[in-house]
Structures are given as C-alpha cells and as structure tokens.
Design a protein. Structure first.
Length: 436
C-alpha cells in the first residue's frame, strides 16, 4: 500500500555481481511519479533500484555511481493494469561477456527483450543491491517515491541468476502461477518475505528479516491466485474522477466541483450469483451516494444524472435508500452514514437482494427482479464538494477502508471475508468466484 515500506541493512556484502529479485506486484494507480520496488543505496548519488518510471508506467533498473548514471535499462512494455498481478523477475550477472546477458527482465514467465533504454552494466560491475548498505522495499531512504499497490512472495537470491521458472509455472489452462515453495539456493543475504500474508519474517531460513519502517503493512485476501474486484481508476467519469486509496477499495468525492465523481469496478459479470458489501462515511449535508451495477458501454456521468438513465443499470442511493432500475424508481428504503449495506446479485434469475446491517429489505425477498441479461460492472458515485462522500466497498478483502470487519459472517464458498453472512449460493466477485 502507498507509503508503507520495509527496510534492512545487511551485516556484510553478498555477491554484488550476481543476484535475482522476484516478486508478485499489483499496482493501484497509473504511475505519475517514481514508484520504487527494491533499492540498495549508500546515498542518493550511489544507489541501485528497480522501479516504475514516472509518468510512463515503464519498469526499469538504474544504478548511480558518484552521481553519474552507470546503468539505465527500461522496458518498452507499459504496466498500466490496476486489476492484475504482475510477476516480475530481475536477474543480474555482470560476469557475462555479452552486455545484454548481464541483466534480464521476466514478466509473467516471459523474458522481456524489448527495451527503450539500454545502458547495460560494465563487465564485473558491482551493484549496490546486495551490498552492506541500506535496502528498501517499496520506497527510498527519504520515505518518498513510494510504491502504490500490493506485493506478495518477494524473493531475493544472493549469488545465483535464476530465470522466472524458478518461481512460477504454467497451470493446465496456460495461466502463470506461483510456485509456493521454490527450489532455490538463497545464499547468505537471500530472503523470502510476504509469503502468504503480511509477515516480514524471512522464510528462506537465513533469518534476514525486514522491518516495517513506515505505514501499516496490511494483509489482503487479494492475491495472484485470486484477484478481487476494486474500483477502477482507469474507468472514471471524464475529468472528474474519484480519489482512490486503500488499494482502490476506497473512493472519495474529495475536492471542489459540482456533481458526483464516478467510476466502475475492475471485474464484471454476465451470469452467476455475487455478493459484496459497502460502507460509506463523511456526508454531513445529506448528499447522494449512488452505487450499483452498470453496463460497461454506458457513459459515466454523475450519480444524479446516472440514476435517470434508462438502460442497463440498477442503482441504489446509500443515503436515503432510493432504488432505481433503468431510471425508474422501484422503492425507497432507509440508509445513512456508517450503515453497512450488502448486495446479492443473481444474474441467472435476474434478481437483487439488499440488506442494511444484516437485515434484508422486503423481508428477504428480491427487491429488483428481471434484471436484463447483460454484462455489468460495479458502479460508484461519491458526491464531491465540502461535505464529500467516502465509499468503502468490501468485495471480500475483509476491510472497509482500513477497518477490518468486526466479526466475519459465514461464507460457504470460502472466497473472501465479509461482515455479514453470504447468502447461500452466492460468492465474491473475484477471479475464483467467476470460475466457480
């Protein structure tokens, strides 16, 4: 998560010529400033880093020596997807005679050979990574240029240049997946952290533990093997997007202007039975707070206008409880700040059930029937202005913003953590949920 970073200084230098870094990475936002993934540095003039480049969504590795750029490698590929986990492997071996063999990049199991910048290290160059200097994961020594997103299964190998197949493999469907227990030799300074949660205790056996030096390291159900829906900063109302935080699980209308900021979610569905929850806060003057489902082809406008559109939407105002289908008022239920609402969408039957704080409206019967057979994505329109709305959906990660659910309900599918019981036959809107 943004502004959370880990640090360690090794007691002695390892092999500074040959090493491997492997991690699963999920971005939360397009790259507008430098976002560092891994750094070893003496100071700002003497350092080596793997990072996403400012403004270009590029992945690169650089090294400075006495303030001069001695290595500058940048992939041509762009890393813009905020709904996907990328498996990134960087291998270094400066003993290789051919310059282009001295650093290799792998993304999701494939070696990336197209680079837009190609200043390779000199023969037998010694990186600051794996020296006995300050190392940082997800930031720099000034606690800036922080990575905005999530990381999992971070490996560092001291003394061996492995390719991606040491850490991942293709399943029967051709999907690249994690090898949970890779057969690798870590070397003296090698480590394995964030294995199956938010532990920074080294799982390699070397005892090279890291320290959470800034922010709060939060566990998430979202993982490379099961990606949950979130708000989508790449699919927003033109020039008037919500403010995203907490891995895009919080959308805010913070800022000046008129109308509601709006966005869709990252995962859609055309069939099946899906459940999620949402809590909203900060609405002192009773602004509207629309949420629901919307076809991906419909234009994104503000919530009050969206609620009058006549096709491909079912929308609910969290403040006041107005429920509309394709612009027509269906019912009005109660709703207020800090209530937790649950939505159970059944696209096979074309129905929707809604609860507030665990009690379903309409005596538990469907409050909307005959939802058209179509593709839908979640929709959010937090009102802007001085008393803006903050929306905190829980698609199964078990948090409303930064607050964990107080007592998880039952969930027969076992996918995701929710405040209230998941109705029988429903599951989380996630990649596993979509494939049940």
């Amino acid at each position: 998560m943004a502004n959370t970073y880990l640090t360690k200084t090794f007691g002695s230098a390892g092999n500074r010529k040959t090493w491997t870094w492997s991690a699963w990475v999920k971005k939360s936002a397009p790259t507008t400033s430098y976002q560092r993934l891994f750094l070893g540095e003496v100071d700002g003039n003497n350092s080596t880093a793997i990072l996403f480049d400012a403004g270009g969504d590029d992945l690169r590795l650089y090294s400075f020596d006495s303030g001069a750029t001695t290595i500058q490698l940048k992939l041509s590929a762009k890393f813009r997807d905020v709904s996907a986990w990328y498996h990134i492997v960087v291998t270094a071996d400066t003993t290789q005679a051919t310059a282009s063999d001295r650093v290799k990049f792998y993304v999701n199991g494939v070696q990336e050979t197209s680079l837009s910048e190609t200043t390779y290290p000199s023969l037998n160059y010694q990186f600051y990574i794996n020296s006995n200097v300050y190392h940082n994961i997800a930031s720099n020594s000034g606690a800036s240029q922080a990575f905005n997103g999530s990381m999992s299964h971070i490996h560092f190998i001291d003394g061996t240049a492995y390719d991606a197949t040491a850490f991942g493999e293709y399943d029967a469907n051709g999907v690249w997946k994690i090898i949970v227990e890779p057969s690798v030799t870590y070397g003296t300074n090698g480590f394995f952290i964030l294995k199956n949660g938010n532990s920074v205790t080294d799982q390699s056996g070397n005892g090279n533990n890291f320290t959470v030096a800034g922010g709060t390291l939060t566990n998430t159900e979202d993982s490379p093997s099961n990606v949950f829906a979130t708000g989508n900063p790449l699919d927003t109302k033109v020039s008037f997007a919500p403010v995203f935080s907490n891995g895009n699980n919080t959308m805010s209308g913070a800022g000046s202007g008129t109308g509601d900021r709006s966005c869709r979610g990252t995962l859609g569905f055309a069939s099946g039975k899906f459940y999620w929850e949402i809590k909203y806060t900060s609405n002192s003057t009773g602004n509207s707070a629309w949420t629901g489902i919307l076809n991906p082809e419909e234009p994104l406008v503000d919530g009050n206008t969206q609620s009058t559109q006549t096709t491909n939407n079912v929308l609910f105002n969290l403040n006041g409880g107005e429920l509309r289908k394709n612009g027509s008022l269906i019912a009005t239920y109660s709703g207020a700040v800090n209530d937790i609402f649950g939505f159970a969408y059944d696209l096979d039957a074309g129905t929707l059930k809604i609860h507030k704080n665990g009690t379903y409206f309409n005596s538990g019967n469907a409050v909307v029937t005959s939802i058209s057979a179509d593709t839908y994505l979640p929709y959010f329109a937090p009102n802007s202005g001085s008393s803006y709305v903050i929306m905190n959906p829980n698609f199964g990660n078990g948090y409303f913003g930064t607050t964990a659910v107080s007592s998880a309900g039952t969930n027969a599918s076992g996918i995701g953590i929710f405040e209230y019981d998941v109705p029988t036959g429903y599951t989380a809107l996630s990649t596993k949920g979509l494939n049940l």
